[in-house]
Design a protein around this ligand. Structure first.
Ligand code: PGA
Length: 241
């Protein structure tokens, strides 16, 4: 794994945006895998700025988001649909039909997961996957477990994740207990992966991800087995390894 340690969150965002820009410059119809959460917000801001300055063109880019809460409609302010539109998509020139997210309110969940997998294949697979990491080492919503699911699936969220994400909801009772997520295999099939982590609270899990034994109890450790991973972390997140 290629580990890049930068000074602070701003530098992390700038570096990540530059790698995405370079990828799109190399391949205009890049298929991007995208993440939500606090960590990539700065990268999205940088990318919007680059777009406004004419440095990047999203007109042929295709995107697939990692995950979506089960039971939240795209209009729900805490849905990842809403997050992505309001943080990124509305500010750039990506055609709506090129944007793909899982439908958390699909009636046939198994069919929805299969549709997503098929669509990723149809578009030629993910060229560059952006990832955050949970304090517990989850990728997407692939939570620590005895076994990990390879393909896109419905998952029960861990208590830790429900707790961590409750800051976005009025009460913890409103946090969905389940989500749809790309599987570990879906993520590992990406040509390139960039994982972003910032702040002291990620330091422990980052140390385990880089140096720990590969284990489904820390899902991010599987990235040690991928041939093209770049981990961009700030000094705080790098402080335990
Ligand atoms: P965060 O979430 O970027 O808000 O820390 C990351 C995650 O839970 O995967």
């Amino acid at each position: 794994m290629n580990v890049v340690t930068v000074k602070n969150y701003h530098q992390l965002s700038v570096q990540a945006a530059q790698l995405v820009t370079d990828q799109i410059a190399k391949k205009r119809n890049t298929v991007l895998g995208l993440a939500t959460g606090q960590t990539p917000v700065g990268m999205y801001r940088e990318l919007v700025q680059k777009f406004q300055q004419g440095e990047i063109d999203f007109s042929q880019v295709v995107t697939f988001n990692l995950d979506e809460y089960y039971g939240l409609s795209p209009e729900h302010p805490q849905s990842y649909h809403y997050f992505m539109w309001h943080t990124f998509f509305r500010y750039i020139n990506i055609p709506t039909e090129n944007i793909h997210l899982l439908n958390g309110t699909a009636e046939d969940i198994t069919g929805e997961c299969q549709r997503y997998e098929d669509l990723i294949q149809q578009k030629g697979g993910i060229d560059l996957q952006i990832l955050g990491i949970g304090d517990n080492g989850h990728l997407g919503f692939n939570e620590p477990a005895i076994g990990l699911n390879s393909k896109t699936h419905l998952v029960n969220l861990s208590e830790e994740t429900i707790q961590a994400n409750s800051k976005y909801f009025n009460t913890i009772g409103e946090v969905p207990r389940q989500a749809l997520t790309m599987g570990i295999g879906t993520i590992m099939n990406a040509e390139k992966i960039i994982l972003l982590a910032s702040g002291l609270k990620k330091a422990h899990v980052i140390a385990r991800t880089i140096h720990g034994k590969v284990s489904t109890e820390v899902p991010a450790t599987v990235l040690q087995l991928h041939q093209d991973v770049t981990i961009i972390i700030d000094q705080e997140a790098a402080s335990e390894f």
